[in-house]
Ligand binder design. Sequence first.
Ligand SMILES: C[S@@+](CC[C@H](N)C(=O)[O-])C[C@H]1O[C@@H](n2cnc3c(N)ncnc32)[C@H](O)[C@@H]1O
Length: 218
Amino acid sequence: MATDTQAGQAIYNPRTLQLYDLVVLRLSNPLIWRCPTARILDLYDRHAGLAHLDVGVGTGWYLDRCRFPAPAPRVGLMDLNADSLSFAAHRIVRYRPETYRIDVLGTPVGGIAPFDSVGMTYLLHCLPGDIGAKAKAFDTVRPCLADDGVVFGATILSGGVPTTAAARALMWIYNRKGVFSNAADSLPALRSALDQRFRAVEITVVGCVALFVAREPR
Ligand SMILES: C[S@@+](CC[C@H](N)C(=O)[O-])C[C@H]1O[C@@H](n2cnc3c(N)ncnc32)[C@H](O)[C@@H]1O
């Protein structure tokens, strides 16, 4: 089983991040994964709290566009990739974000005041291993989540969800390049990993994307 976490973040640099919103959010989400970006933005609008930690930040597009419950939320950005962190931090500089350069498959994070919400969008399918291994990301950030907080996000699955030929082809390419590691990621495995950690779990499938909301950590 792959354990190298470098591959899933290696593609993000200032040049690729400039293209990310167009390639992923505007084109791939609706046309390939069949999950309109607006569905994911809606998760942020509904669940991002007054103190929100985003993990696997990319360009920070959702944080820039979403409606927080107040004009001046506390926003934390966590990522292994320094370019993603600085791109997203610059984009939402108005919120004066806290930045944390951390590998979510590393040791649990301490010393950070808990957040009301933790967002993990399009992170899990970048992480190595099967869902059981990559779900360790939830354990890593658990100390950063308030006991009455919510974890939400989205991940592209390859099993237990409808996939088109185009989706299967692009996943195959991305898995070969190491950008994705989701060849064995299935809906039942995701549900089981979340159920093991949270008492209240909702998963909605849109295209081949699982949108999840989890509360009441065990
Ligand atoms: C596909 S982008 C998602 C960006 C954004 N959340 C979105 O949905 O548009 C994945 C992000 O996860 C980060 N990432 C990948 N592996 C990581 C790891 N092991 N620990 C922390 N961040 C990681 C990458 O650097 C990148 O910023």
